[in-house]
Write a new protein. Structure first.
Lengths: 308, 350, 559
């Protein structure tokens, strides 16, 4: 049994391995076409959304809906959205909650996933079942609220993290990956006298970068887009995360508009344009973060493996 | 190792691919051996097992505490399903449980007698099956497609583009769809200019189930590829190389190497999806219920919302929630069993 | 900005208009419009109502405000109208000395939009003027119902809570009785004279504040001649030479003529709310019950007019004269109206001013006008009065005397009549900081628009009035429309009573709103509506009728 960590291939190296046959023209065309189609399916609507968010109100009014062909550009929707101190502060809140929450969730989830990765260990089945049952039974709004309140978590940022810190689904995915790691790898470390924590930190986790990246992303996205907990557990509007502020911003039919809604009403801004700008703003963190996460998928490719 | 030996004309999985312990990917095949095999566990004295596994138990503990606190403690609140619960009858909602009348299974029989409940249940099941058939395979196919792209740049860009729609909230997705496919939308207006009138995809009750499935695919299919891509990323290239050496072509390799590598993940997600069959979406349906009517758009979750939360009928909501949860557990157990029969790990091991 | 005079439309209409936008998903949580409320005898029962002499004993003695006389006094249930300009120097004082003692109080109220920071100049100025020290818990108006439900079930309820009628669904109506205090010791009879602005709130509105046999709610009064108004684009009508239709049939034929899908112009939005008025259908909820001329007590959907109204609206949808986005209930109908994509839509009467003001600069030609309501045959309509109050602020049980007095001081300040310094401060903030007066017209600046929002105005209000110094004509038109329509006003047998239905009937009528929406859009058959009505009868409607019969026998009819 030999531990054979594969050599790291440079990302820039010729991508097609020698054993792979050269692609056929038809295959390439079909593949490219399909891929292009999928991307256009996303980019088409996205284009319309972006163009609308950048269109001056008269254009949106004239078209009577979403704008396909740009006719003039204005950034007023974005400047209006970002000029208020509230949006900037909410961004800080969201970033903070997302970072802390993701770290915390990852820590407990990775531990649990490893703790449950050895069928037959003491309490394994019980813990697993206990955990999974929570996926199917929800507690009502009122009991949950009463609990969070009696723990003194209302009006704290912890109320945005702790109640939703654990995603059983994410733990199951992590666990599945951990279990797929060849036992021989850990076995040899164990013989060398390594404890479970050390095995987790030095062997399992480095081998699981791809899945760790993915699950971190899942948690981060969950924290980033959550709004319901904040609307229920927070009373101080100054603490509200970005999503709640954005939701409030796009609300129409309000009786006493904020400055922005006032601008919509008096015809300086188009509500549709503003909504589309909000949509674009919500995408920006993803657009920024995705290359980093994707790089980790790549690293996942280079994981070592045991040759039997 | 020989793949050809294992491949069968009937398309069943060649055992060889699984016996390879190299695939560092998800979810061990049943053959993966683990120290302290389940079979032997019973014979090892408790004390010994405790000492052996105490680190594992300690690691599991934080999550257990969180779940106990935030899922199980409030879950006790579900006893109100057997009450006519009034949270305001006492000084707080907890003590109110002791002051609310017990009504036995009345809430459950109400449910059974309620045609609206059954209509919602029917819509839910139809939509689940549609999603299973039309949504579930899409991320897998997309992941395979992207994975087969060799150029890293193209790959990264395609991937980044595809999961963007996941970040549109449902309100905005529905707005965009309305503006494109609605009766006064871009398509309808274009058709109108050429003499065709009456195009309106958004208020057609018959097509609604396909419409919402299409919306889900557009919004979330790209996001769904992430897990599969990660799994694919972990497949050892040695396997492909060996298969290629053995003369397996592109499609054969996909069939005999890639898919088997994905099978555990697919099985896991499928089992979970089946267990969650009664949740097909919520906001999406709430937003569009007026456009096509409740007859077409009411699903169990919106039904619980309308009857329970909106009308303040907490007991009824809890009862429906309990039934839904019980069915979910049965489904997941069944699906898991089925996965075991197919030789997959599923969510948990026997 | 519109002074808040009519921010209290009837519960159902308000709710429905919130729900009509896609964004207001969560507002759907507002619940069905069974406007429950208050209760019966002093034996602790929370159901029923209290009226007559028993009620009068709890109410504050009415002392009319003499500070500023309206130019158009209330008539036929209309709001009053002020058509003059604002002269800061001439403003009167209605709260001569600060009633607040500065004891800290916490107030929870719904808020639409982004609330300002605590300690902002607006809150500070009002606290200083009223002598209060308020910590605001401004909760998102669209999820207010859930928050309210959770907070009421907890053991820490804010000192004062604003409860809109459309959130009083299911068991929350009962909670109000259980969790909030009887204010009679502070307000009954002459005691209210300590709070002159509260004493000037009409008794009809106060009577609506009786929950569970005790005066618990400080009401926000509303005009009873308050119907959803069909608005039309007068500028476009004039240009095309149309005159407003005078009957449902005329409306339909005009609508067919006016619609041009190609030009993306549709005659109207969903006209269901107007149809109720055209066909004389009573509101849903407690006001839906009435003893007819034949002596029979019926609910709104038991009379033929109900189905007639729905059938007419369905004809509009079938004819393709309703904008497709309204069919899908997507987006904002008001914006389609101002953009000229729909020519007629129905909305709260407040939009008369709202749309005029918002379009004044961008579209000088824009002209909005309320259409007179007509009867089913083109004759006079039958219009049912709406309740004189549908939003309350309540004080939690167990609050200390100091807390109660400070809460009442705040409410008294917020109820200052038009033409006073207090009103001006509540509606516009601090002169120079939040607004400036130009040619007798106060104009809010950016700070005013972001800070002077719905917090203080939710606590209480004077009797309904309309005053728009920038568009005095609109105020006059609003009042005149209400007075004209008010001439055809009738009251249902349950008018003016704050009624809490037994919770076992709470879900009885909950499916009708959806059914109506589905039917007019062609997604349900007439037979299904009829079947729902007979199911309603057999599964509790008839028993609910008996319950109402007894209630009306005991308390007397409201009409």
């Amino acid at each position: 049994m030999s531990l054979n960590t594969q050599l790291i291939r440079s990302l820039k190296a010729p991508a097609r391995p020698v054993w792979e046959e050269p692609p056929s023209k038809a295959g390439l065309t079909a593949k490219g076409g399909l891929l292009l189609l999928c991307c256009l399916g996303v980019l088409g609507p996205l284009w319309i959304v972006i163009v609308t968010s950048l269109s001056p109100k008269p254009v949106i009014d004239r078209v009577g809906g979403l704008v396909v062909i740009p006719q003039g550009i204005t950034f007023v929707n974005y400047t209006e959205l970002l000029s208020g101190g509230q949006v900037s502060r909410a961004i800080m809140v969201s970033v903070g909650v997302t970072l802390v929450g993701t770290l915390f969730s990852m820590a407990v989830s990775v531990l649990a996933a490893y703790g449950l990765s050895r069928p037959g260990s003491l309490g394994h089945r019980f813990f697993l079942m206990t955990m999974m049952a929570t996926m199917f039974f929800g507690a009502g709004l009122i009991p949950t609220y009463l609990l969070v309140q009696s723990l003194g978590l209302t009006d704290t940022y912890l109320s945005l993290i702790l109640p939703s810190a654990v995603s059983v689904f994410n733990i199951l995915v992590l666990r599945a990956f951990f279990m797929g790691i060849s036992p021989e790898l850990t076995e040899s470390a164990r013989i060398d006298g390594a404890g479970d924590l050390r095995i987790l930190l030095t062997i399992i986790m480095p081998l699981s970068r791809a899945v760790l990246a993915v699950i971190s992303l899942f948690y981060a996205v969950g924290y980033w887009s959550a709004w319901f907990n904040a609307s229920i557990y927070l009373t101080d509007q100054q603490m509200m995360p970005l999503q709640n502020v954005l939701i409030q911003l796009v609300q129409k039919n309000t009786e006493a508009p904020t400055g922005l809604q006032q601008a919509v009403r008096t015809g300086q801004l188009s509500a549709l344009g503003l909504q589309m700008a909000v949509m674009v703003l919500a995408l920006i963190p993803v657009a920024v973060a995705s290359p980093f996460v994707q790089r980790h998928f790549k690293k996942g490719m280079l994981t070592g493996a045991v040759k039997g | 190792m020989s793949l050809t030996a294992g491949s069968r004309p009937d398309g069943t999985r060649p055992p060889a691919a699984v016996e390879e312990p190299t695939a560092a990917v998800a979810a061990a095949s049943p053959k993966v051996s683990v120290p302290g095999k389940a079979g032997k566990a019973g014979k090892v004295p408790f004390q010994v097992r405790l000492r052996r596994d105490r680190a594992l138990i300690l690691m599991t503990l934080p999550v257990m505490v969180l779940l106990l606190l935030f899922n199980y403690v409030p879950l006790l609140g579900n006893v109100v399903a057997f009450q006519d619960y009034d949270p305001y009858v006492s000084s707080n909602g907890v003590t109110a449980i002791f002051h609310s009348p017990w009504v036995g299974v009345e809430q459950f029989s109400r449910m059974i007698d309620d045609p609206l409940f059954w209509s919602a249940a029917k819509n839910t099941i139809v939509l689940f099956l549609l999603q299973l058939a039309l949504f579930f395979p899409v991320p897998i196919a997309l992941a395979l497609l992207i994975n087969s792209v060799i150029r890293p740049r193209v790959r990264a860009v395609a991937q980044a583009i595809m999961y963007l729609p996941h970040f549109f909230s449902w309100v905005l997705v529905v707005t965009v769809f309305q503006q494109i496919f609605g009766g006064a939308g871009i398509i309808a207006q274009t058709l109108e200019d050429h003499g065709w009138s009456g195009f309106d995809l958004m208020t057609n009750a018959d097509l609604f189930k396909y419409l919402v499935t299409a919306q889900s695919v557009w919004k979330d299919a790209g996001w769904g590829i992430i897990v599969f891509l990660a799994a694919l990323a972990a497949v050892s290239t040695d396997l492909y190389e060996a298969a290629a050496m053995d003369g397996a072509g592109r499609w054969r390799r996909m069939w005999h190497v890639t898919l088997p590598a994905l099978r555990p993940v697919i099985a896991l997600l499928l089992v979970l999806r089946v267990g969650d069959a009664l949740s097909v979406g919520f906001e999406q349906f709430l937003l569009q219920r007026y456009a096509v009517g409740a007859g077409a758009s009411e699903v169990l979750d919106t039904y619980v919302w309308n009857m329970g939360i909106q009308n303040g009928d907490f007991s009824y909501a809890a009862a429906v929630g309990l039934v839904k949860g019980a069915i979910g557990v049965c489904l997941v157990l069944g699906a898991n069993k089925f996965a075991h029969l197919l030789g997959e790990q599923g969510v948990y091991k026997k | 900005m519109t002074p808040n005079a009519d921010s209290a439309p009837s519960g159902p209409s308000r709710r429905s208009f919130l729900a009509s936008t896609a964004v207001a998903t969560a507002a759907v949580a507002g619940g069905m419009p069974l406007l429950a409320a208050c209760g019966g005898s002093d034996t602790g029962s929370r159901e029923g109502t209290t009226s007559g002499k028993a009620a009068d004993k709890m109410l504050p003695t009415y002392v009319a405000s003499t500070v500023a006389q309206p130019d158009l006094p209330s008539k036929n249930g209309s709001g009053a109208g002020y058509t003059g300009k604002v002269d800061l120097a001439a403003l009167k004082t209605s709260v001569p000395k600060k009633l607040g003692t500065g004891a800290p109080i916490k107030i929870m109220s719904p808020f639409w939009g982004s609330p300002p920071k605590p300690g902002n100049p607006y809150y500070t100025a009002l606290d200083a003027a009223a002598g209060t020290k308020i910590t605001w818990q401004n909760q998102d108006g669209t999820t207010y119902g859930e928050k309210l439900g959770a907070v009421l079930a907890s053991s820490s309820i804010p000192d004062m809570v604003v409860v809109p009628g459309w959130e009083l669904v299911g068991k929350i109506a009962n909670a109000v009785t259980a969790k909030f205090m009887d204010l009679a010791p502070y307000l009954a009879g002459d005691k209210a004279k300590k709070y002159p602005n509260l004493a000037a709130i009409p008794s009809d509105a106060w009577r609506m504040g009786i929950f569970g046999g005790a005066l618990r709610g400080i009401p926000m009064p509303a005009a009873t001649a308050n119907w959803i108004t069909p608005f039309y684009r007068k500028d476009i009508f004039d240009k095309k030479g149309w005159s407003p239709p005078k009957s449902p049939d005329e409306f339909l034929s005009w609508a067919k003529e006016a619609t041009s899908a190609k030009a993306k112009v549709y005659a109207c939005a969903d006209m269901n709310w107007s149809a109720w008025s055209f066909f004389g259908v009573r509101p849903s909820g407690t006001l839906g019950w009435n003893i007819g001329d034949d002596g029979k007590l019926t609910y709104r959907h038991e009379v033929p007019e109900y189905l007639e109204a729905l059938e007419w609206v369905r004809k509009l949808f079938d004819a393709g004269v309703v904008h497709p986005d309204d069919k899908a209930r997507s987006g904002d109908q008001g914006q389609r109206f101002t953009a000229g994509q729909v020519l007629v839509y129905n909305d709260n009467i407040a939009s008369w001013y709202g749309k005029t003001a918002e379009q004044a600069q961008a579209k000088p030609d824009f002209e909005i006008e309320g259409m007179d309501l007509f009867g089913a045959d083109g004759g006079n309509p039958t219009l049912w009065a709406s309740q004189p109050a549908t939003i309350w602020s309540l004080i939690r049980k167990g609050a200390s005397k100091a807390t109660v007095e400070n809460a009442l001081a705040a409410a008294d300040f917020a109820a200052a009549p038009y033409g006073t310094k207090e009103r001006m401060l509540v509606d516009y903030g601090v002169e120079g900081t939040h607004y400036t007066v130009k040619d007798g017209v106060p104009v809010k600046n950016d700070l005013g628009n972001s800070q002077v929002l719905n917090a203080w105005v939710m606590l209480a209000a004077p009797a309904a009035y309309y005053a728009h110094p920038d568009f005095p004509d609109v105020a006059r038109k609003q009042v005149e429309w209400q007075q004209r329509m008010g001439a055809f006003m009738k009251k249902t047998s349950t008018f003016g009573m704050n009624i809490v239905e037994p919770t076992r009937y709470a879900n009885l009528g909950s499916q009708f709103e959806q059914l109506e929406i589905d039917y007019v859009r062609g997604n349900r058959k007439l037979s299904e509506v009829q079947a729902a009505i007979s199911t309603w009868k057999s599964s509790g409607g008839d028993k609910l009728r008996d319950w109402y019969k007894e209630l009306i026998d005991k308390n007397g009819s409201g009409n």
